[in-house]
Design a protein around this ligand. Sequence first.
Ligand code: UTP
Length: 225
Amino acid sequence: MESVVISLGGSIISSDGLNLQFMQKFVRTVTEMDGTFRFGIVVGGGTLARTYISALRNYHVNDNILDEIGINATRMNALALSSFLADSNSKIPTTVNDAAEFSRIYRFTVMGGTEPGHTTDTVATLLAERINARILINATSVDGVYSDDPKKVPGSKKFQALSYDEAISLALSKSVGAGPNVFMDLTALNIAKRSNIKIYVIDGLELGEYGKIMKTGKTGGTIIG
Ligand code: UTP
């Protein structure tokens, strides 16, 4: 069986509350896909994480605790998504090791974050590496990687393809104080590079993109690799 990992950005799974309609459509899309694929799905924290983290940051709660809170938010979102999937784990694994074990049993393995200090993009890349996935789909709220944030800088250039080194340089140049605005965290890009995992950065709400990638290897987003 071929493995594919999807990093499902928190911003598409929850914006104004949980995006349940999207979750259901997403589940239908991946369930109808070719049965020879198995999926690892890593879910972000979205509004739940951001609301708690920004509120508590004002009270000088330390970053390690804020990360733990973020991790709990990602796991809640992961559990919500897995409740819609028939052939998936109903207990959310807390490590990539445990997720890898689940992936031997279920067609869909759903998880959130693991440790403080990174985001679910890194978890997704580690899971991809662990279960030998050649493809990682980074489903975000932007339809690819741009030279600048297209919502803030008009005329930003969208890249159709980037090498790992180009993507790493771009992330480095944007990472000063940018936090969640970086299209993918640096650790994730470095892990993808060392294991030659092809990353597709797509607008996660565009459900047609998932099948297109799996069937043709092409995307309207950005390919890193
Ligand atoms: P996300 O992966 O959703 O972070 O985890 P993000 O990339 O900042 O948010 P989106 O996807 O763009 O909306 C939410 C928060 O949980 C903590 C971090 O604080 C992160 O910002 N987290 C998550 C960890 O500390 N470790 C993990 O493995 C995952």
